[in-house]
Design a protein around this ligand. Structure first.
Ligand SMILES: Cc1ncc(COP(=O)(O)O)c(C=O)c1O
Length: 411
């Protein structure tokens, strides 16, 4: 039998020998049996990227902090509040950093996200869906009781009836923002008189407090080209202007007008928003890189890619293609990009199998290589993983849980 020493001495390719040597070093020096215990006691000393199981998510801490500061500074300068959306990161650790930099609260997509963030002591959570199931209604009322700063939206008089009844029975006062149509058919009451009538119903209830409006233009967020985005945003939010005008005329105070996205963060003050619900700016994905910015029409460079999926090249038997362990289950997509190797293309080969492909003459990859991949859609990708390995360079400096992958009551 070839011993490890003989094998390495036999002149195997440098990288192969390198990977085996790396593995041998890890075998003898890295205590894999203690991996979870080390993380639990926050002992990251010898945890570097090369010992991590793949595929896994890596957050570049310096880039994350840069993105967080950039958005916070923009909002301060522009005079608009920030209530960042947590659907992208689903992480209390990141949410707390956003609050520390001046965010007035958080925006959530599910009641479970709202419960998690509120339980972490974060005030001013705005849930952007209405409670239309018994489960969601009971939980929204219970959360209001525990945390009177919690708010949610409503776009239908029927739901207001349900909220009214449940709030009266629980003797709580719910904070409500009326969701108005902003270009997407998924949500929002018709602007103008219908929106005002719903707002007046909220304001006249003893069990509800009218906070204002939510108008989220998801169609504008990924419109390519900054000027086109600006036009789309204005178009989608034109109806909102009428609603605001009628509401002021009716003498109803408006505390918040919430909406906006990473794509329109430097646009939507023009469209009367008082606060931004941006989410993706913390990490960025290839969907957003492609929309172009105010100064660079081709690539959106306002925020940097701070999140990657680390993968290993684990088979390489054919020309111009290698297999990686980032497959369908890990949310591999052909529109993903490889960090530092933009010529490589990502392909799908099965649940646990992905591919990297290249053309002759382009740089190729070798067995055992580790690659970092920018995903296409953050929401979908972070939903597949249960933790972020937080890195400074190659060193892991922290591990943050991602909610909802291990038995949370509802994702
Ligand atoms: C209601 C709502 N607000 C804000 C956002 C944040 O958008 P982005 O991640 O594009 O910044 C989203 C994203 O889907 C959303 O659904």
């Amino acid at each position: 039998m070839t011993s490890r020493r003989n094998f390495l001495a036999s002149g195997a390719g440098t990288l192969l020998a390198g990977s085996v040597a790396r593995a041998a070093k890890s075998d003898s020096t890295f205590p894999y049996a203690e991996f979870e215990a080390k993380i639990a006691r926050r002992d990251f000393r010898d945890i570097t990227k090369d010992v991590l199981p793949t595929p896994c998510m890596i957050v570049d801490l310096d880039l994350l902090e840069k993105n967080l500061r950039r958005m916070a500074d923009h909002c301060k300068e522009a005079g608009i509040a920030l209530r960042p959306h947590v659907k992208v990161h689903k992480s209390v650790d990141i949410a707390k950093r956003q609050i520390a930099l001046g965010a007035i609260g958080l925006t959530t997509a599910t009641i479970a996200e709202s419960e998690l963030m509120s339980a972490a002591g974060i005030k001013g959570v705005l849930w952007t869906k209405q409670p239309a199931s018994r489960n969601n209604l009971i939980r929204a009322i219970a959360l209001t009781k525990r945390d009177p700063t919690f708010m949610f939206v409503v776009d239908d008089p029927q739901v207001l009836d349900w909220v009214e009844e449940a709030a009266a029975a629980a003797k709580v006062k719910c904070r409500i923002a009326v969701a108005v149509f902003a270009g997407m058919k998924r949500q929002g009451i018709e602007n103008g008189q219908p929106a005002l009538a719903l707002a007046q119903r909220v304001a006249s209830s003893r069990h509800m407090q009218f906070e204002g409006y939510m108008a989220y233009s998801g169609g504008a967020s990924h419109t390519k080209g900054w000027e086109a985005r600006r036009r789309k945003s204005a178009e989608d939010l034109a109806g909102l202007q009428e609603t605001l005008h009628l509401t002021r005329k009716a003498g109803l105070p408006i505390n918040i007008v919430s909406g906006g996205s990473t794509g329109t963060y430097n646009i939507d003050k023009e469209n009367s928003l008082t606060e931004l619900e941006c989410g993706s700016y913390v990490f960025m994905d290839t969907g957003y890189f492609a929309v172009g910015g105010k100064t660079n029409d081709q690539v959106y460079t306002d925020f940097e890619g701070s999140l990657t999926v680390l993968t290993t090249v684990d088979s390489r038997r054919h020309p111009n293609i290698a297999t990686i362990d980032y497959g369908n289950k890990a949310m591999a997509r052909p529109t993903d990009k490889v960090k530092g190797k933009p010529w490589l293309e990502i392909g799908n080969q099965g649940a646990e199998y992905g591919a990297v492909k290249w053309k002759d003459g382009e740089g190729e990859v070798k067995l055992g290589d580790r690659l970092e991949i920018y995903c296409t859609n953050l929401d979908m990708s972070t939903n597949c993983y249960d933790r972020y390995y937080v890195a400074r360079g190659d060193q892991i400096v922290d591990v943050w849980p991602i909610m909802g992958r291990s038995g949370a009551a509802q994702r």
